[in-house]
Design a protein around this ligand. Sequence first.
Ligand SMILES: Nc1ncnc2c1ncn2[C@@H]1O[C@H](COP(=O)(O)OP(=O)(O)OP(=O)(O)O)[C@@H](O)[C@H]1O
Ligand SMILES: [Mg+2]
Length: 147
Amino acid sequence: MKKKINEMTLRLPAISINESVARSVISAFVAGLDPTVEELGDLRCAVSEAVTNCIVHAYRGYPADEPGEIYISVRLYDSREVTVEITDRGCGIEDTDLARKPCFTTGESGERCGMGFLVMESFTDYLSVRSKRGEGTTVLMRKNLKP
Ligand SMILES: Nc1ncnc2c1ncn2[C@@H]1O[C@H](COP(=O)(O)OP(=O)(O)OP(=O)(O)O)[C@@H](O)[C@H]1O
Ligand SMILES: [Mg+2]
């Protein structure tokens, strides 16, 4: 049975500076498991994509002084498993299977390329996306660090 050895939760406003804040805080936290540079890079990339999606899509159209919130939970296990859960209470995703397809985007005028979920999936060992229209989205990622 795997045992949880550390846990962190973060709540951040959905503003663009917090993409790098989330990345840095999670790096520092996961460093406790002594990951390789590559593993850390993978996690940083995956987290960036998920947080960026909250900022860009979840709260699209919100006024600048009410940006919405991003909730991030990170858990470390003695099996060297890392889980990262990123939740927003924004617009939600109509069809998560479709949203996960490469090149699917609702971004306007070529500003997005629809690769975020693919990046999250390829840089982690497991990705799940749960979402309800009008209620928000939770992305769960798991990465198994090398022994
Ligand atoms: N947290 C979210 N809330 C609402 N919609 C989302 C959220 N995350 C993703 N989506 C929807 O899923 C689509 C695909 O997301 P994905 O990250 O793969 O691509 P993208 O953000 O459009 O482009 P890219 O990440 O390459 O810049 C988005 O265009 C958006 O419609
Ligand atoms: Mg994206």
